[in-house]
Design a protein. Structure first.
Lengths: 360, 129
């Protein structure tokens, strides 16, 4: 199978990236040291090619009411133009189809950003639901747009250096808010636990944008550091920390699920009928080694499994997210099966690191 | 980095150095560390452990992945490099100096039969395609 390429493929190769197959996409995993790239984002800023992710525009009368029914989080929470909301999209049985971000632009236009690997099924599901519940809406996959994430304490200043015309419209953005600046859609969002922007722009302009950022000192960051940054920040990865076989309440996403209001949404009745028996917790390894996905976790309340594990460059310890029985508490001592050994770990509150600092 | 010509190599990407005292020193190649990326943990075999040829005997873990290290030949482990406990990144920085363990081979002819630098390079090139 031929791997799909983003418009930045040649730029990655020119910058010395090691390329890997990431869900069918030919993507940079690192350019040099993955740990250096991680610290670069926590301490200064770096840029990520996220062109493989998909931008979807939902337009028409009643778009808010449709999203209120489609998503587990409540679209009514966002009323200021540009404001964003993180949500899970569920099957009727409560399984997670995807996690996504919606941006409220006008009462006729919400922008949605979904994961790369799930984009086609997400759009098919949205269209299927719209056909029944909001036939006047248009759901458009914006394949004409590219996306770059610029993250780190100095990220916004670097973007303004390259795109000074966007500064007036974006310097007042609060966290999780976007501004539509003509060709550039600039959102103060990200997947690293640092300040920064995600910029959507026409595909044919993205390579020049990437090189311009590089010229003002923004370093390219690969998927390897993207994973350690998001895990330290306690952010789920679809396909690892949740998928269609589990619900949001066992995936650390209860804070995004509104079960209290009268509002009905797809999956709600299943969530109410099936209280979760498990939950997602953070782990820090006390012994030497590295936690990895699928390792078995033995707790005082039964067995669980690591969903994502890695070495945290900020904490210089191994950390993980694990799905464990619901009675497990923060502070509990657990054991993790790594090869032929049972190693000691502790249940901790996550995120593990944000805004340049370790929190454990 | 080119592969030193005074070393022997395995298909599983270990390098082997013959020492004057009849022991051998084992590490992983530059190609292997390059594939794995930033090293964060090394678990070396204990001295005294008897190993069969190609037996899994050590683990190196990078941020990205864990990889097994195999005994290049049959023999007995005589030492593990404790310096790697606190500085696993030495494998990235100096792969041919950052040894993982030493062993006494049962039969030195087994060591002589391993690949030389040129044969190993050909092996690496063939794996890349």
């Amino acid at each position: 199978m031929t791997l799909k390429q983003t418009p930045l493929n040649a730029a990655h190769r020119a910058m010395g990236a090691k390329m890997v197959d990431f869900g069918g996409w030919d993507m940079p995993v690192n350019y040099g040291s993955q740990i250096d790239e991680h610290h670069q984002v926590r301490n200064d800023c770096g840029m990520f090619d996220v062109c493989h992710m998909r931008v979807v525009d939902a337009k028409g009368d009643g778009v808010r009411a449709f999203l209120r029914y489609l998503l587990a989080n409540n679209a009514d929470k966002i009323t200021i133009p540009g404001k964003a909301l993180y949500s899970a999209m569920l099957r009727p049985n409560g399984g997670v189809i995807d996690d996504l971000i919606i941006y409220f632009m006008t009462e006729q236009w919400f922008r949605i950003v979904v994961n790369a690997g799930t984009a086609d099924k997400d759009i098919a599901w949205m269209k299927e639901q719209a056909a029944t519940h909001a036939p006047g809406l248009t759901i458009t996959s914006r394949d004409d747009l590219a996306m770059v994430a610029i993250q780190g304490p100095n990220a916004r200043a670097k973007v303004w250096q390259v795109l000074p015309q966007t500064k007036a419209a974006t310097e007042g953005l609060v966290n999780f808010q976007a501004a539509d600046c003509g060709e550039y859609f600039v959102a103060r969002t990200g997947y690293t636990g640092e300040d920064g922007f995600e910029v959507m722009l026409p595909k044919e302009k993205v390579e020049a944008f990437w090189y311009d950022l590089n010229k003002v000192g923004v370093k390219p960051i690969g998927l390897g550091a993207r994973d350690t940054l998001r895990l330290e920040a306690g952010m789920n990865l679809y396909g690892q920390d949740m998928d269609e076989t589990v619900g949001p309440l066992e995936s650390g996403l209860a804070w995004t699920v509104d079960l209290k209001s009268e509002r009905d949404f797809i999956g709600k009745s299943a969530l109410l009928a099936n209280p979760p028996s498990k939950k997602l917790v953070g782990l820090v390894l006390l012994d030497r080694g590295v936690l990895r996905g699928h390792q078995k976790v033995v707790t005082p309340h039964g067995e669980g499994e690591i969903t994502s594990g890695t070495f945290s460059p900020t904490l210089e310890k191994s950390i993980a997210l694990a799905r464990v029985p619901k009675d497990v508490q923060i502070g509990d001592s657990v054991q993790v099966a790594i090869r032929d050994k049972m190693l000691a770990a502790q249940v901790v509150k996550y995120p593990f690191a944000r805004n340049g600092k370790g929190l454990i | 980095m080119s592969n030193p010509t005074d070393l022997k190599y395995t298909a599983s990407h270990e390098w082997v150095k013959k020492e004057a005292d009849g022991s051998i020193t084992v590490g992983i190649t530059d190609h292997a560390q390059e594939l794995l990326g930033d090293m964060v943990f090394v678990e070396a075999p204990a001295a005294g452990r008897k190993l069969a040829a190609a037996e899994e005997c050590a683990v190196v873990e990078s941020v990205k992945a864990a990889a097994d290290v195999y005994a290049p030949v049959a023999g007995e482990v005589t030492a593990a490099n404790a310096d790697l406990d606190n500085a696993p990144e030495a494998i990235n920085n100096e792969p041919y100096a950052a040894w993982i363990f030493k062993m006494k081979p049962d039969n030195m002819a087994d060591v002589d039969a391993l690949m030389d630098a040129a044969a190993y390079q050909a092996h690496v090139d063939s794996e890349a395609h």
